[in-house]
Design a protein around this ligand. Sequence first.
Ligand code: ZN
Length: 279
Amino acid sequence: MKIGFNEATTLGNSTLEQDLVIGEKLGYDYIEIRTMDKLPEYLKTHTVDDLVQFFATSKMKPLAFNTLYPVTFNDAAGEQKIVDDLTYMCEVGDKIGCKIVIGVCNWDQGIKTKTEIKNETVRMYQKLADIAAPYGVKLCIEFCGAPVHTVNTFEQAMEIAEACNRDNVGVTLDCYHFHAMNSKMAALEACDVNKVFIVHLDDAEDLPVGQGSDENRVWPGDGAVDLDGILGTLAKKGYSNAISVELFRPEYYQLPAEECLTIAKQKSEAVVSRHFTLG
Ligand code: ZN
């Protein structure tokens, strides 16, 4: 199993330029590049060709762009921005070899029924999938474990991904989000595992359903998430895509970035190696 890290893990204590150097030094297989802050910041003083050159010789490769947001319930201008953002990610991804874009649906849309959400999310992901397909780019629906999020459980995201009926639309299974809104282990056991494109690895403080936030994430193995249940089920079903650690904890941003990514890797490998062969 290949291990990556999402740049959110060092959101408050590093840049893309530093993340590349540290991730490569520490032997991560993959990096997930943040498109809403670290990539544009990097491109103020670098070019896409600098990234091309880095990844041409590095062992660490780009796994995904994170995040295309908000994918759903936009007005016409907002929807066009999503199309433009995706097209940009596909073009840059084509150059650097990044073949997954993670999308996140909307928060705070007032009350929408599950049917309204499904119809809108399928409509948008089908439209975006057709734009991404010629680039060989896959799209993930990342459900988010909060009550106000329109797609907030694994089973809901998987139902929508399957309804899209596109080979290049699947799901990001973030263990924190899975835990935070009580996604069902039975749904994971029953799912088409080929539709799980990425696993985000993290853990969480022991909070009641719906009361946590991303900042309540803790090192993998140190919290209340049933990581052995999730990873064990994925292993049994033959999951073979990457597992990428993604933390958002302000306290970890107080650490030097290299120390943060060193601990994240050690903790991730300890948990993942109970279910998968590393490498
Ligand atoms: Zn995530």
